[in-house]
Structures are given as structure tokens and as C-alpha cells.
Design a protein around this ligand. Structure first.
Ligand SMILES: *Cc1c(COP(=O)(O)O)cnc(C)c1O
Length: 362
């Protein structure tokens, strides 16, 4: 079986280092918000080129907390995309705000900045662009619109650890940015984890208070917070994995090129690279009209091709009340297919996937 993602292979690739890190924490006697979290926050901030990182419980909570820190709440609207993990939208609703969906560019699958302005009303307070599949969203255009309308920008970087836009890491563009360390992500823990990053000291301080009951010191709540903490074991694991992130992303890039070269002669739509944006291929996503038959054929050959995402958020049962038409999002949801992609995938396995697709399509 060639799975779509393989967190176990990523653990085994650095097993000794990770086991040592876990044991160090077990022996330390300190398991929540300690030295490992502090060190990881510093190392991750340096890696991204931002001033502050705040470890939290998961990526959904990172987004929820960032929006609250930015002052977003009940009665506010937040512009985002429907072609994303439902987590992006769930976080906006957790903050009490209303999501407003902007259609995507059908080539990049990211928010189409030309359609963004149309979604902005007097109630709009923030924009949440998603760097989907590992491809940076068009931040220059998005930031220009945010500036014009005085909106806060919270980047959803859950699929794009290490991706760069005009030479800078994603996560360094918005007022705040959010990461998930779910095990399959480019930087994955062995459990849940997330982070909020910012270069604004006031927002960083607010994020630190919010993640633990508003405490500046123990048992004194300065503001109303809740509990969303990164634990020491996950932070220790993430410190090991962060050291290998650039290497792992380079490997993903190489495998993506193999796919693109191998599938070039088919009429399948492949990821097209854009100047100035470095894609980190959290997912390698192709587009085919006859998706279900290709997916079934690949499954019959033990290739775990998966759909991200089969039902756009605005068409999910929980969101049916949001009446909006997003044609590019709806077509993408019918045609996208993610091929196996993780750093430990071998070139032979990639070739087998390519050959299998060609058998079916040519
Ligand atoms: C994974 C993901 C999240 C949520 O992260 P969790 O850690 O699972 O809560 C948010 N947004 C996007 C785009 C994601 O892929």
C-alpha cells in the first residue's frame, strides 16, 4: 500500500532523535508549557523570520485564538475560502464571527484576490487566506486590499510550513499567522499541536494570555482566556522535526517534479508553479474530469489517492444556510485528486503511481 501521507515513516526516519527527546521530557517531570515549548517557540520564530511564536493545542485553536487576539468577535465578518479544511471556517465561528466565502483561482486553488473586494462589507473585520496544499496565497494583492479597508489578516499556514512568497516565509505577512502540527502536516507532531505567530509584541502578549485563562502570572486572570496549550512532549518532537523541515520540503519538491515530468504527456491538469512563490507540496494535487474511475483504479493497485476536499465547506450540511455560489470551488471539489506525497516516498513508488495513472488514462 502506498498511502497518501505517512506519519509513521516520518517518525521512523528520525526515530532515535525523537525517542531521546520524548525520554528527556518524561524524565524532566514537567509536561505542559515548560522549557521545550519555550525553546521550540524561539526556534520556530527564528525559522519563520517573525518575532514571536506561541504554542497552542492545535491548528483550529491557533486560528480561533488569533482571531480573538485581533479583536474579532460577534457581529463581525471574516472573508475566507470555502475550498479548505473545515477547520478554517470552524475557527471563525468559534470566535463568534460570520465566515464570508470568496471563490478560488481555478489554477492555484487559492483565494482569488480579484473576487475578494466584492465580499467585503461594512461588517468585515478580517481576511483569512489559506496557503492551500503548500502553495502561498497571493499575499501582495490580499495585503493591499486589507490595507485599503483597514482589515486584519490572519494567515492559515496549516499546510505550508516553510513555503516562501517573494523570498519570505509564509506566516510573516499577516498581523498573525497560524500553524497546525497535526501528524501529516509538513511539520507534524506525534499528536495534536499548533502555533500562532506574529511580529507584533502586543498581539503576542495577548495570545500568551488567551491560551491559558488570561493568566500573566499563575491564578490571576487579566483577560478572559481559555485553555489551548502545546505540551512538552510534542514541543520536544517538533524541535527535532523542525531541524529536518527544509530537507523534507526539498524532497517533496523533487518528488513533485518527478510526478509533473511523468504525467506531462497526459491531459491531466498538474500543479503549475508561479513566479516568486515556493510551493512546499503538503499535497500534490491533480485535476481530472473522470476522477472517481481513476481513484478507484489507483485504489485497486493499492495507491491511496485521496480527495481534498470532496465537499466544499459552504455545501456541508452544517453550513447549508450560507447561500452563495462559488463555481470555481464547486468544480475543483469535483475534480481534484491528491497523489501520495511524503518525504520518505521513494522514486520507484512515484514511478509506479505515474505508470498506473498512464495505464488508466492513455
Ligand atoms: C489541518 C488544517 C487546519 C487545522 O488544524 P488542526 O491542527 O487539525 O486543528 C486548519 N486549516 C487547514 C488549511 C488545515 O489543513
Amino acid at each position: 500500500m502506498i498511502p497518501c501521507a505517512n506519519p509513521k515513516a516520518q517518525y521512523l526516519a528520525h526515530k532515535q532523535e525523537i525517542d531521546d527527546a520524548i525520554n528527556r521530557v518524561l524524565e524532566s517531570g514537567w509536561y505542559i508549557l515548560g522549557d521545550e515549548v519555550g525553546a521550540f517557540e524561539e526556534e520556530f520564530a527564528v525559522y519563520l523570520g517573525v518575532n514571536h511564536a506561541v504554542g497552542v493545542g492545535n491548528g483550529t485553536e491557533a486560528l480561533h485564538l488569533a482571531l480573538v487576539a485581533c479583536g474579532i468577535g460577534y457581529g463581525d465578518e471574516v472573508a475566507t475560502v470555502s475550498h479548505t479544511a473545515v477547520a478554517t471556517v470552524a475557527a471563525i465561528e468559534l470566535a463568534g464571527a460570520k465566515p464570508v466565502f470568496v471563490d478560488i483561482d481555478p489554477v492555484t486553488y487559492n483565494m482569488d484576490p480579484d473576487l475578494l473586494e466584492k465580499g467585503i462589507t461594512s461588517k468585515t473585520k478580517a481576511i483569512v487566506p489559506v496557503h492551500l496544499y503548500g502553495r502561498p496565497a497571493p499575499m501582495e494583492e490580499i495585503l493591499a486590499i486589507a490595507k485599503e479597508y483597514g482589515l486584519c489578516v490572519v494567515e492559515d499556514c496549516a499546510q505550508a510550513h516553510g513555503a516562501t512568497y517573494r523570498g519570505e516565509r509564509v506566516g510573516s505577512f499577516g498581523d498573525m499567522a497560524c500553524f497546525s502540527f497535526y501528524p501529516t502536516k509538513n511539520l507534524g507532531a506525534l499528536g495534536d499541536g499548533g502555533a500562532v505567530v506574529t511580529s507584533d509584541p502586543g498581539l503576542a502578549e495577548k495570545a500568551r494570555l488567551l491560551r491559558e485563562y488570561g493568566w500573566a502570572e499563575r491564578f490571576v486572570s487579566h483577560i478572559q482566556g481559555w485553555n489551548t496549550r502545546l505540551d512538552e512532549i510534542q514541543a520536544a518532537i517538533l524541535r527535532v522535526k523542525l531541524k529536518h523541515l527544509d530537507f523534507d520540503n526539498a524532497r517533496r519538491f523533487k518528488l513533485a517534479n518527478l510526478y509533473s515530468e511523468g504525467l506531462f504527456e497526459t491531459d491531466i491538469a498538474l500543479p503549475i508553479l508561479k513566479k516568486g512563490a515556493v510551493h512546499v507540496y503538503h499535497l500534490y494535487v491533480i485535476r481530472v474530469k473522470e476522477r472517481s474511475s481513476l481513484q478507484a483504479y489507483l485504489r485497486s493497485k493499492d495507491i491511496g489517492a485521496t480527495v481534498h476536499y470532496p465537499v466544499p465547506v459552504h455545501l456541508q450540511p452544517a453550513y447549508e444556510k450560507v447561500a452563495v455560489s462559488l463555481p470555481n470551488t464547486e468544480i475543483a471539489a469535483r475534480e481534484v485528486l491528491s497523489l501520495p506525497m511524503y518525504p520518505q516516498l521513494t522514486k520507484r513508488q512515484v514511478q509506479f503511481v505515474i505508470d498506473s495513472i498512464k495505464e488508466h488514462c492513455l
